[in-house]
Write a protein that binds this ligand. Structure first.
Ligand SMILES: Nc1ncnc2c1ncn2[C@@H]1O[C@H](COP(=O)(O)OP(=O)(O)OP(=O)(O)O)[C@@H](O)[C@H]1O
Ligand SMILES: [Mg+2]
Length: 324
């Protein structure tokens, strides 16, 4: 079975990762896809709440700590056909600090799970663990709001992710490897560390390795989702984000979806139920279904003009709703 892994990350917390992970998984399962949704927000696991599931199941914490041999045995059937849930670490404290070997074993076991879509709800911020879960595929999902701080945090997340990818492209325990780590300890007088700056530094020492690191980096193509949008005009920030991607991150992204603010989400959170159970005819559920449909058709393809397409689509959706 061909599997699409979708890790869901964000620079800033509280932008809606768990909400999207849960409700998007349900929407994909309703389209007949075999879906597993896993809670990888260690220390902050709350995905079960968004799925309307009780917090009683053993999960990844038990897999890591109790050295269980298989993740499959921990999968929980949900009330939704085709959707299974893998719990996080609610029963196992401090898993966010798991050791490198534990993380690598977890990643390899996650990749072996049998399904068509594996959705990963990540923690916010840029710990090595979160960056490595995000790097399980070249096509990760980043959620941001249209607020400046949220966008800045998204760009910082991606910059640190770039450093991580470049770092992992260097031969281990060499002068280069050491130099890369040294360059993180900048003095206040030095300029900010940038993706192109670091590649230039490496290139001065070994041009081939710098080229290889750059090739490894530019293979990534994050898919960006704006959540908690109030008006379509807020997406006017997209060209400047696009520009930042090109200039500072040397990267292309696709602007994949826009979800509007809706009080139905607050209600679903308060009642610890899925959106479908609380407000089956809400606009936000419509937005989620649009996103799920787009994912099944376009997730693995680069989308031309995705920024302007998203702007015009969102405007149409919004205006149609105003007319109703
Ligand atoms: N489209 C939306 N409209 C209204 N409220 C929303 C929307 N999306 C998310 N929220 C609200 O934002 C809050 C945070 O959502 P959620 O927990 O999914 O974010 P998160 O990114 O997973 O947070 P964390 O970083 O803490 O894991 C919730 O209270 C939820 O009700
Ligand atoms: Mg969350």
């Amino acid at each position: 079975m061909e599997k699409t892994i979708i890790p869901i990350a964000s620079g800033k917390g509280g932008v809606g990762k768990s909400f999207v992970a849960a409700n998007l998984s349900i929407a994909l399962a309703e389209l007949g896809k075999k879906v597993i949704v896993a809670d990888l927000d260690f220390g902050g696991s709350n995905l079960h709440t968004c799925l309307g599931i009780k917090n009683i199941h053993p999960g990844i914490g038990d897999f890591v700590r109790a050295h269980l041999s298989k993740l499959d045995n921990l999968l929980v059937e949900t009330e939704h056909e085709n959707l299974r849930f893998l719990a996080g670490d609610v029963r196992s404290p401090f898993l966010a600090n798991m050791r490198h070997v534990q993380k690598m074993r977890l990643i390899s076991n996650l990749k072996q799970l049998e399904c068509e879509y594996l959705i990963l709800d990540l923690g916010s911020g840029s710990t090595y663990n979160t960056l490595d879960f995000f790097g399980m595929t070249h096509l990760g999902m980043i959620i941001t709001t249209t607020e400046h701080t949220s966008n800045m945090n998204m760009l910082t997340f991606l910059k640190l992710f770039a450093f991580r990818v470049i770092e992992r492209s260097l031969p281990k325990n060499t002068f280069l490897d050491e130099k890369m780590r040294d360059s993180y300890n900048r003095t206040v007088e030095e300029e900010f560390l940038t993706v192109s700056g670091i590649l230039e530094e490496i290139s001065k020492i070994d041009r081939n390795i710098a080229n290889e690191a750059e090739q490894n980096w530019i293979r990534y193509r994050p898919r960006i989702i704006f959540n908690k949008c109030n008006l379509p005009g807020e997406l006017d920030i997209v060209p400047s984000i696009e520009n930042h991607f090109k200039q500072n991150l040397l990267l292309k992204g696709d602007y994949f979806g826009c979800l509007f603010t809706d009080a139905a989400v607050t209600r679903a959170f308060q009642e610890r139920k899925t959106l479908k159970n609380v407000e089956p005819y809400s606009h936000i559920l419509e937005d989620i279904h649009l996103l799920a449909d787009r994912i099944t058709r376009l997730w693995k393809k680069p989308i031309r003009n995705s920024a302007s397409l998203l702007q015009s689509n969102s405007k149409d959706v919004f205006e149609k709703r105003l007319k109703k």
